[in-house]
Design a protein around this ligand. Structure first.
Ligand SMILES: [Zn+2]
Length: 118
């Protein structure tokens, strides 16, 4: 049982390092931090002349959107790496939140990869 990354044409490579499952509390905390960050931006953009009509509501809504994003993650990789199956470049994974089937991109060739548990 290990995690692998796979390209769209089914080339795959093993992920080095062992992810752990993340707790709901952890995800809630991350969500809250993101929400506060965007709401702070919304608050700050209120003083921007004219543009605040667009910026303030936009940041407000983006905040709500990003708040719900982390709840789909099930695992976190604190420190790990993988070799891109396409270009063989080494990619680091640091505090990487994901779940089975999450998408990620290679840092050097931008290939779309899927991380899954096999
Ligand atoms: Zn690559």
């Amino acid at each position: 049982m290990g995690w692998v990354v796979q390209t769209n044409d089914f080339r795959s490579s093993e992920v080095q390092g062992s992810p752990r499952t993340c707790t709901k509390n952890e995800l809630a905390l991350m969500s809250l931090k993101r929400l506060l960050f965007f709401w702070l931006l919304a608050l700050v953009s209120v003083v921007v002349p004219v543009m605040h009509f667009v910026l303030a509501p936009a940041f407000f809504l983006v905040g709500i959107f990003v708040f719900f994003l982390p709840f789909k993650y099930t695992h976190v990789m604190v420190g790990g790496s993988y070799l891109c199956p396409k270009c063989s470049a080494m990619n680091e994974l640091k505090n990487f939140y994901f779940s089975n089937g999450s998408r990620l991109n290679c840092n050097s060739c931008q290939a779309e990869l899927k991380i899954s548990n096999e």
